[in-house]
Each structure stands twice: as structure tokens, then as C-alpha cells.
Design a protein around this ligand. Structure first.
Ligand code: LLP
Length: 423
């Protein structure tokens, strides 16, 4: 292709030269986040009573500190995420549940810890309610309802309907409320998260269903949660979500409940991606470029062990090619397949949901150039693995002129240390 594609916009202070400077200091590959972009996204949701960050999207404790400083509460889906919230300074017993544990089961260690700390539990199964009730009568709980339908950017991120393991099936809500009563649990409210990648048609149905379920349950609730799932634009032309419209839909549902219950009902939202996706980039270095039959491959030093989304969902992340000094390359554009170093054919950044490889236009690279993947702040670092015995890569947080290494690069020795069992 002879078309020159404009490079995707960089987030805030993270422009090309700044990125190049980071790679000089910390090497490649690396994750970098722009703090101002995160604050802007938070501000767009301020009309909700509580913004609860789904930290699975990016759980570095320094990002959690930033969230806490902005008054954002946090969701935890594992014992590890609870400990992260504590390290970031969250007070689990503070007003309006600064930390909530959301899951479909409670393993023994987590049950012990949520009871010890008094972390409210958002229950996704009747068994969770029984177990927390037996261990901790009076414990604060939420009930996550599976409304019978869902929606996602991929089958794998659709969390409602009968093919999803998530939440308490809407027809079993009465039984679950019976457990709440019998065990003397303190019900805070109802929660629904039908998947990642919102669409207003589904949203209206979720709002209606929430009101209907509260009515059917004949249950007094202090709060409702809209869950997460707000989409972000990844590809050029992807729509930007209208957060006012989103709030207005939920607020109308809330107002119906307020009228019926006769007291205020808090409205929470629980986004992950929306708050952090656009703030983050994955910076890699071009190490090889070779024609393979009719395909031109460019190989970089980051793989799907670092950024898993393309291999897992066929997700698209725009990529910008920079000189080692951080100037966007503008030369002759070629249709290019972008791939990583892993010993696995699926280690390709440009592929469809079925794994079929495709090419994207990219200026012809020189070895040593930087390839920057955009919108990688959500489900990037947090989904990384050490496959192929590749250590976890560093994370850097840029806040205006300030740069902070918020996770250093793991060493191979650290990886291997877990196997030094002394046996
Ligand atoms: N609340 C609950 C109960 C969730 O399960 C999730 C995401 C969220 C909130 C936040 O969803 P978000 O606002 O980030 O869409 N790894 C996939 C996404 C998996 C989402 C899992 N649950 C991806 O990379 O697209």
C-alpha cells in the first residue's frame, strides 16, 4: 500500500521523544502510562456516586494509589487484588465500601482474609452467600445478578446469559435472598455486569432488568451497581462512549427505585478498561524484518506473553513506528504482519478472532526502531505471563514532567527462584 497512515495519537505527555527517552533508561519492551489521561477518564464519570475501578484491567499498586487520590474506590477479584488495595492505602472498612471482593466462588484462603479484614463480598453464587454467612454473620454483601443476557466485544468477554458462569441466575434470586435473611447478612445492593464492550440497546435492557429484579425481590437496597464494560475506541472510527447518556440511563433507573423505596439509592459504576486503556502503551523494539512468501513480517521484542489481547480475542491495537530518537517514521508504507519473539505461531499482533493473520500498513522499519502499541493500558500488563521463560517487563508512570518506574523488570534469576524448593 502506498497510503501513508497517520500515526495514532500518543496519550498526554507520552510523546515519541519521551517514549524514546524511557527506552534508553529502562530498555525494551516496557509499559508506560500517562497519569493525566487516567484523571481525564475519571472526571468523565464523576456524576456517578461511586466510581469503582475494576483493577484487573491494570493492577499496579501505584495506579491504585493514583485512583485512591482521586477518590476512586476499587474492586478486587482475588486475594492478591485485595492485598494490592491494602498496599495502595485503601481502608477496607471506610464509607461506601472502598474495596469490594467480586467473584463467583470463595476459595478458603480468600474467605479467611475477607472475614478477617471485613471486606464486603459481591456474591456470584448462592454458595458464596452460604459460606460468608456461616463464617461471618452480618457481613456486608452485594448480589451480582446474571440477568439472562449479556454482551461483549468477544464471546470471551460476554458475562451474562446461560453460557456465562458469572453471577446468580436471575431466577434464583429469591433463594439467594433467603440465604441472606437466614444468615443475617447485611445486603448493600444489587450488581450487574453483562460484559465488556457496551452497547446502548443492551444497556437499556440492563437498567430495566435491574429495576424489575429489585421489585420482584421485594428487597430494600441501599445501592445498585452498573458494573463495568464501557468501551473505548481502539480502531480509527470506533465510537467514543457518551458518558452523560450512560449516566442518564442509569440515573433514570435509580430514580424509579428511589420513588418506590422512599430513600436515596447510591449508584455505582465499575469500569476497568475505560479508565486506563488509552493511558497506556507497550513499547517494543524492531529486531528483525523478513518476507515470508507474500507476507512481510516485522518482528519485535514484545510477545503475546506481554500483550495477550490480539492472540486471545483478535483484538486490534494500533501501532506506531518511531525512530530510536522517537520521531515517527514516515517513509514508504508496506502492508506488514507484526509479530513477536515467542516460539508459537500465534504470537502475532495482527490477527483476527479465529487466528487468521493479516497485514497492516506500516512505514518500512529499520532494525532498532521502536514499535509502540497504543491503548494497551487495560488488560495489558495485568494479563502478561512469563511464557517461554520471559521475565515480566517494567512499568513506568509518567505524570507531567515526572517519570516513575512503578515496576522494575523481573530478572531470570527471580523467575527461577520459585523452583529452588530445596527438595
Ligand atoms: N466488573 C466485573 C464484574 C467484571 O467482570 C469486569 C471485567 C469489569 C467490571 C470491568 O470490565 P471493563 O470495564 O474493563 O470492560 N481481558 C478482557 C476483558 C475481560 C473483562 C473481565 N471482567 C479484554 O482484554 O478485553
Amino acid at each position: 500500500s502506498a497510503v501513508t497512515r497517520l500515526p495514532a495519537p500518543f496519550p498526554g505527555a507520552l510523546d515519541g521523544p519521551r517514549i524514546a527517552g524511557l527506552t534508553e533508561r529502562y530498555g525494551t519492551p516496557l509499559w508506560a502510562y500517562d497519569a493525566a489521561t487516567i484523571r481525564t477518564q475519571i472526571a468523565r464519570l464523576r456524576r456517578f456516586d461511586t466510581i469503582r475501578y475494576a483493577q484487573k484491567a491494570s493492577s499496579n499498586t501505584h495506579l491504585l494509589r493514583l485512583m485512591r487520590a482521586e477518590g476512586v474506590h476499587v474492586d478486587a477479584v482475588s486475594l492478591g487484588e485485595i492485598e494490592r488495595a491494602l498496599v495502595a492505602g485503601y481502608d477496607v472498612t471506610g464509607e461506601h465500601e472502598p474495596v469490594v471482593f467480586t467473584a463467583d466462588l470463595l476459595d478458603r484462603a480468600t474467605l479467611h482474609r475477607v472475614v478477617e479484614l471485613g471486606v464486603p463480598v459481591n456474591a456470584g453464587s448462592p454458595q458464596m452467600l452460604e459460606q460468608i454467612g456461616a463464617a461471618s454473620p452480618g457481613h456486608k454483601v452485594w448480589i451480582r445478578i446474571n440477568p439472562g443476557f449479556g454482551h461483549g466485544h468477544s464471546r470471551k468477554t460476554n458475562t451474562g446469559g446461560e453460557h456465562s458462569k458469572h453471577g446468580i441466575w436471575h431466577e434464583h434470586l429469591a433463594e439467594s435472598l433467603e440465604i441472606v435473611r437466614r444468615r443475617g447478612l447485611d445486603l448493600v445492593g444489587f450488581h450487574m455486569h453483562i460484559g465488556s464492550g457496551v452497547d446502548y440497546g443492551h444497556l437499556e435492557a440492563v437498567c430495566e432488568t435491574m429495576v424489575k429484579q429489585v421489585r420482584l425481590a421485594g428487597q430494600d437496597v441501599r445501592a445498585i451497581s452498573a458494573g463495568g464494560g464501557l468501551s473505548v475506541p481502539y480502531a480509527p472510527g470506533d465510537p467514543e462512549i457518551d458518558t452523560d447518556r450512560y449516566f442518564d440511563l442509569w440515573d433514570a433507573a435509580r430514580q424509579e427505585l428511589v420513588a418506590e423505596l422512599g430513600h436515596p439509592v447510591r449508584l455505582e459504576i465499575e469500569p476497568g478498561r475505560f479508565l486506563v486503556a488509552g493511558s497506556g502503551v507497550l513499547v517494543s523494539e524492531v529486531r528483525a524484518a523478513k518476507p515470508v512468501g507474500s507476507n512481510d513480517f516485522v518482528l519485535v521484542d514484545a510477545g503475546f506473553n506481554d500483550l495477550m489481547r490480539p492472540a486471545m480475542y483478535g483484538a486490534e491495537h494500533r501501532a506506531t513506528l518511531l525512530s530510536p530518537q522517537g520521531e515517527p517514521r514516515t517513509g514508504h508504507v508496506l502492508d506488514t504482519v507484526l509479530a513477536g519473539p515467542l516460539c508459537e505461531s500465534g504470537d502475532v499482533f495482527t490477527q483476527g478472532a479465529g487466528g487468521e493473520v493479516h497485514a497492516v500498513p506500516l512505514p518500512q522499519p529499520e532494525i532498532g526502531d521502536l514499535l509502540v502499541f497504543h491503548d494497551a493500558g487495560a488488560y495489558g500488563a495485568s494479563m502478561s505471563s512469563t511464557y517461554n521463560s520471559r521475565p515480566l517487563i517494567p512499568e513506568v508512570l509518567v505524570d507531567g514532567a515526572t517519570t516513575r518506574l512503578i515496576r522494575r523488570r523481573q530478572t531470570v534469576a527471580e523467575l527461577l527462584a520459585l523452583e529452588e524448593t530445596g527438595a
